[in-house]
Design a protein around this ligand. Structure first.
Ligand code: DC
Length: 226
């Protein structure tokens, strides 16, 4: 299927499979894939390692804002990097997951990440996943999807992913982390997680990836005539 030059914005709750779906879409339609959450996770790792957030999640916002001026986050062959250092493993840990939502409430952090995301979006053949892509980063995206799924199904998926990577996890901790993140992400003041009015809801609790792709192809073919 040949799709025109479009931006597909995928938003939704934590661990609904947004990034897995987005990668498959990118591959299927020849679009660039960008994971906006990875940028928030990278800033969080940087803040933890440099003392801009403490164990109680108190954030030194002025210090972090200045330090971000020299923060070189990139995407490369192995995922996310700070300069030449690959941080893909570290940013997926529960340590980072436990602090990323507070970091993502900081307007200065959101402005930093938004700037980077819009630079990437100049390409306009793009699929990007996150929490505010269809509402704030690319409100003019040609196609917006809002993903949701049952809490326990999501926790099981995320735990399986972490176990496969050799991490030691407890399903209750994973469930608690994703419910906490959903709460903070949906209730923050700066561009909270919410469904754009023109987004289409996808509840994938009991759908395979192949079924999700079929669902999307039907929408794309109806909307863009391809
Ligand atoms: O998609 P993810 O789980 O990797 O995202 C990690 C966190 O980053 C998420 O809990 C909230 C924040 N985030 C955000 O606030 N806005 C985005 N566009 C993407 C992620």
């Amino acid at each position: 299927m040949q799709v025109p030059d479009i931006i597909i914005a995928i938003d939704g709750y934590s661990s609904t499979g947004k990034s897995s779906f987005a990668k498959i879409i990118a591959n299927e339609f020849g679009l660039l894939y960008l994971d906006s959450g990875a940028l928030y996770r990278a800033v969080t790792l940087f803040a933890i390692e440099n003392g801009y957030i403490d164990d109680e999640c108190v954030i030194d916002v002025p210090g972090l804002e200045v330090a971000m001026e020299n923060l070189d986050i990139r995407f490369g062959a192995e995922g996310t990097y700070i300069g030449d250092r690959c941080i893909e493993q570290e940013i997926r840990s529960l340590g980072v997951a436990g602090k990323v939502s507070p970091i993502a409430t900081v307007p200065e952090v959101r402005a930093f990440v938004d700037r980077k995301l819009r630079e990437f979006g100049k390409a306009r053949r793009l699929v990007m996943d996150g929490r505010d892509i269809g509402t704030t980063v690319f409100p003019d995206a040609e196609l917006k999807i809002f993903m949701t799924a049952d809490d326990m199904v999501r926790a099981e998926r995320r735990a399986a992913e972490m176990i496969a990577k050799g991490q030691d996890v407890n399903i209750e901790d994973v469930l608690k982390n994703l419910q906490e993140r959903d709460y903070i992400d949906s209730h923050r003041e700066a561009s909270p997680l919410s469904k754009a009015d023109d987004a289409i809801v996808l509840d994938n609790s009991y759908m395979t990836m192949a079924e999700q792709l079929e669902w999307l192809k039907k929408i794309i073919s109806e909307r863009f005539g391809c």
